[in-house]
Every structure is written in C-alpha cells, then in structure tokens.
Design a protein. Structure first.
Length: 319
C-alpha cells in the first residue's frame, strides 16, 4: 500500500510554478523514495524548445518536496538528477525541525496584475540577497528606472516583437488559455481567465478576441505599465545552462518565492528575453551579470492578491 505521507508530500511538491501552468510533472512513489518525472506530453516546444523552463519548474517542485518532507517528519535528500527524473530519498526521523517556509507553499502565487508602485526597502532587499542559492545559481537585482533595468525593459519589448509576430508561439499560447469555468474544470491547468481579471467567455468568441490582443504593441504597452508599477527586476542566472543547473535554479527560485510570499511581496515572470536567443546574448553582453547565462527574469513589488490558478489532483499525477 502506498505511503499516505508520501502522497501528501508529492501533493505539496505539485504546487510549484510552471510555464503556462502546464504542471509538467508526474510522481513515482516507492518504499523510501519519491521521483519527480518530467511530463513531456505537456512540454512547450515553441517557447521552451530545450525544456529549460520545464526543468526549472521540476526544481521548484523538488524544493517543495524537501520542505514538505520535514513537515511530515522526514529528512530528504536528492540521490539522482537526470533527464529521466529527480529522485529524493526520505528517512523517517523524530528529531526534525520543520521548515518555516512550509506554510507559504499554498499561499504562493504568480501575480500578473499591475502593482502599486511601492518600493522594496533596502533592508528587505538585503534580506532577499542573503537567501541561500544552489551551486552555479545567482540572482541580480535591478531597481526600476536604473540603466540596468532599462536594458532589461528594452529587451522585453524586443522579445514581444519576436514572439507576438510568431504564429506558432501564439498558437501554443492560445492552446493553454482557459476562457471559461467549463474549460478550467475540464483541464485543471493552463492560464485561467480569472488570473488575468477577464470575464468568462465561450471559447468560440474568446479565441478571436484574445488573438486580437496578441500583438507586439499591445503586449508591450501592457508590460510597460506592469514594469513601471513594480519595484525591481530580478535576473536569475546559471553558469553553463545545464539540466543540473536548471534544477538548482528551480530549487533556489522556489525558496526565493516562498520567502517573498512570507514578506507580502508579489512577483511575476517576464522571460521573453531569455526565450529569444539573440536577446540572451544581448543580456549577457550588456548586463552586469559576469557574462553568466540569463535564465529567468522576475518583476517584484507589492500588489493585491489575485485568484489562484487551477491545480490537478495528486491522484492524476501518480505513476
């Protein structure tokens, strides 16, 4: 019989962020291990052609797993990390101290709304910069309005130009949009109309309407407003752009997101420049990031909460 603690731990692991809310993971539970397996059936071959963002998401799930294992009275450590999956070994213990971030796992949310322009204090920034990072991972902070941030903003706009003129990119994006409650309940994944503050619409009407907004100028106007009301960019980098580093980045990222959730700080991703090769090279050359690989870009600040994205039930994710 399957260990019920392990099922609950896997359930918390599955509450990690993922591109387009694809939730690209399955879980294999054995006597003393939980393996997080990449679900390539929901990969994003256009926007994430090398599955980099997918493996970062798996790293986020790994961190949730390790944090939640302590809550249920286990020590856990990774014993394997490959393209086939990431395996954690769990050992029951009486001496564990629960990770304080556990309570933030269900509260964390990506907030794509306009923020309230309030700046994050220097004291809080210093705290954020001390969050523990895994090997070969670094985070760089850029205050909005500085030359550092302006370069990032310009690259985001160029990324919109490339992506919103790409028919395959838009087709893939539209395929993950959920325009009404019926769609949400049928899939329990994807980009739900509620998280964008949109009203529910019949799919036959919604697709052509939304398609009209998927244009470079429209997207850039929206992104500029969101950037202007945020406090800082955070550029997440790796050294060699390998699977192990992607998983490490995911682990560090999840730790960071849970910490800022606890602090009442909101965040959203603006990864366009990291998804267009020529813009990656521009960021490497022009940003003060020691020529490391710019892997993710986040905007952070303060905002009202938004509705949560739908989530698949753990039973459907077990193999």
């Amino acid at each position: 019989m399957m260990n019920t603690d392990y099922i609950q731990i896997a359930s918390y692991a599955s509450k990690a962020p993922s591109g387009h809310n694809t939730q690209p993971w399955k879980f294999h539970i054995a006597a003393s291990t939980i393996t997080i397996i990449p679900n390539l059936e929901v990969a994003l071959p256009v926007v994430d052609s090398d599955n980099r963002e997918l493996f970062i998401s798996l790293g986020c799930a790994v961190e949730n797993l390790l944090i939640s294992a302590s809550h249920f009275g286990y020590t856990a450590h990774i014993i394997e990390c490959s393209r086939q999956g990431i395996t954690a070994e769990l050992t029951k213990t009486e001496a564990m101290i629960e990770d304080a971030l556990f309570s933030q796992i269900e509260k964390r949310q990506t907030n794509r709304s306009i923020f309230n322009r309030k700046k994050i204090s220097d004291e809080v920034l210093k705290q954020l910069q001390t969050i523990r990072k895994e090997n070969s991972v670094q985070f760089y902070f850029a205050e909005m309005g500085t030359p550092f941030a302006n370069i990032i903003t310009e690259c985001i706009m160029k990324g919109n130009e490339t992506q919103m003129n790409d028919t395959l990119f838009k087709k893939e994006l539209l395929s993950w949009m959920r325009f009404n409650r019926k769609q949400v309940e049928a899939t329990l994944d994807g980009l739900c109309y509620q998280v964008f503050g949109n009203p529910p619409l019949p799919t036959i009407l919604a697709r052509p309407i939304v398609n009209q907004f998927l244009k470079p100028k429209v997207q850039s106007k929206s992104d500029k407003k969101k950037i202007e009301t945020s406090s800082h960019f955070v550029v997440c980098t790796t050294q060699k752009n390998t699977i192990e580093e992607w998983v490490n980045l995911g682990r560090t990222l999840q730790r960071f997101l849970l910490n800022i959730t606890e602090m009442g700080i909101s965040y959203a991703f603006l990864n366009q420049p990291c998804e267009v090769t020529k813009l990656v090279l521009t960021l490497q050359e022009e940003l003060p990031i020691n020529r490391e690989y710019p892997t993710l870009i986040i905007r952070i600040g303060y905002a009202n909460p938004v509705p949560y994205s739908p989530r698949k039930k753990i039973e459907s994710l077990l193999v």
